[in-house]
Design a protein around this ligand. Structure first.
Ligand code: GAR
Length: 221
């Protein structure tokens, strides 16, 4: 179990740029995150995040979904590659494939995702465009445990970002992304330290039921 000196075994799944991965790599390198990143796995061979992992000396693997006839065989191969590392935590960091219920259940309580909205608002894609179109004054990001329903698992931490009058989807996305890079390592650290657990459909934080997600205010950290 997690203790002060214990590094938990982590596997990170990506599909692209990997800036959240970079924040996690940096946290592991600096020692802020008590994790051993066993592997970075991408479903896309050209994901830039693979290069980030290589530069950090972390093993990489590609499980290319286009090489499989269907989701079931893709997920079986992905699961095999992940489980070879015996991870205590699996991180979705911009992993853009929908995962089946069977896959998600296999990692129940040890699978995290980051989503660029203040869940339960704006599940799914194009969150920044939709927040702007709705005239939101506030937007943000959420880290949550993954359950079979898309972007619906119990939330561990959120960060809010203001929506400014001149924002377009890119400027808003950049403001949210800067906050993602703070809250994902934070949630991983809490998990690694044994402070955060999923129980049923809820999050336990220091053994207490988290009734509303822990908002990380702009001013903090
Ligand atoms: C991030 O904004 C992340 O929240 C989002 O993809 C981006 C990945 O960026 N994830 C989702 O939309 C998942 N539904 P990154 O590759 O630079 O970390």
């Amino acid at each position: 179990m997690a203790g002060i000196d214990h590094k938990i075994r982590l596997v990170v799944l990506i599909s692209g740029r990997g800036s959240n991965l970079q924040a996690i790599l940096d946290g592991a390198t600096s020692g802020v995150l008590p994790v051993e990143i066993r592997a970075v796995i991408s479903n896309r061979p050209d994901a830039y995040g693979l290069e980030r992992a290589r530069q950090a000396g972390v093993p990489t693997a590609v499980v290319d979904h286009t090489a499989f006839p269907d989701r079931q065989t893709f997920e079986a191969a992905l699961r095999q590659r992940i489980d070879a590392e015996r991870p205590e935590l699996v991180i979705l960091a911009g992993f853009m494939r929908i995962l089946s219920a069977g896959f998600v259940e296999h990692y129940r309580g040890r699978l995290l995702n980051i989503h660029p909205s203040l869940l339960p608002k704006y599940r799914g894609l194009h969150t920044h465009e939709r927040a702007l179109a709705a005239g939101e004054r506030e937007h943000g990001a959420s880290v949550h445990f993954v359950i079979p329903e898309l972007d619906s698992g119990p939330v561990i931490v959120q960060a809010r970002a203001p929506v400014l009058p001149d924002d377009d989807p890119d400027t808003l996305a950049a403001r949210v992304l800067a906050r993602e890079h703070r809250i994902y390592p934070l949630a991983i650290r809490w998990f690694a330290e044994g402070r955060v657990r999923m129980q049923g459909d809820n999050v336990l934080f220091d053994g207490q039921l988290l009734t509303s997600s822990r908002l990380l205010e702009d001013e903090q950290e």
